[in-house]
Design a protein around this ligand. Sequence first.
Ligand code: CAA
Length: 260
Amino acid sequence: MEFKNILLSVDNEIGFLTINRPKVLNALNIETLKELQAAIQEVKGNPAVKVLIITGAGEKAFVAGADIQEMKEMNSIAALTFSKLGHDTMKMIQDLDRPVIAAVNGFALGGGSEIALACDFIYASENARFGLPEVTLGVFPGFGGTQRLPRLIGKGMAKELIMTGKMVSAQEAFQMGMVNRVLPQASLMEETKKVATQIAGNGPIGLRLAKMVVNSGFDIDLAEACSMESMAFSLCFTTEDQKEGMKAFAEKRKPSFQGR
Ligand code: CAA
């Protein structure tokens, strides 16, 4: 499918989804969110993609938030529809049956931070800036920031960012536990690709179930979550990949996983 505001490519089992509106720092308008959904759907239907990397076009921004020009004209019903579109998009990223890494290459503000938070983990360039500046616009985060950020870094730290609307550096975001690694801008994609390739070599069914169990288990009580883990773990033993992975270990060779 052709996109206007998104670039989508695949190289060596790694999918690259780039939000591409550099003139407005890759801000998310309705059209871009819809394209993002279509792109995720396309990745979902393409088994050649083992891991997806989401990034922003250019060297200045990952995504500078929802498109303020478009939002400023909205009434409350339009805002509800917009927020729902954003939430559905974030959920599609979160629920994609393969690992998704955010490679944050610059400003990740508002909806930009919210996209990164919907990914499985975040790598950032040294020049990246994170923040939820919505309160400075008279609103507050509407694409899941009030929910995913506290779950990742704790309520107090999240409320400080949400209530001040301040930006933090990649290093500060790392110290808060929001970002896994901070890398020089020039090596962000290379290093992210290396890790994506390492992940792509692992058993896809194990990866898929692990993601599901971590995500679903987080919001329920520990006993129930552990029992869900046992069920999903045992499911792996119905697969050829489990046989292959353990046989390869015994034979001291690299496994060749088929995803079945
Ligand atoms: N929406 C629309 N346009 C945006 C934008 C956004 N979120 N962010 C930047 N732009 C546009 C600017 O208007 C500017 O366009 P013009 O050249 O036509 O004037 C262009 O991108 C370049 O931006 P700046 O000139 O402002 O660049 P800068 O380097 O001076 O500042 C910045 C960079 C600090 C990121 C600043 O652009 C900024 O503060 N942007 C808005 C950030 C923001 O508030 N994001 C939250 C949006 S609300 C939201 O996301 C709600 C939600 O949860 C769903």
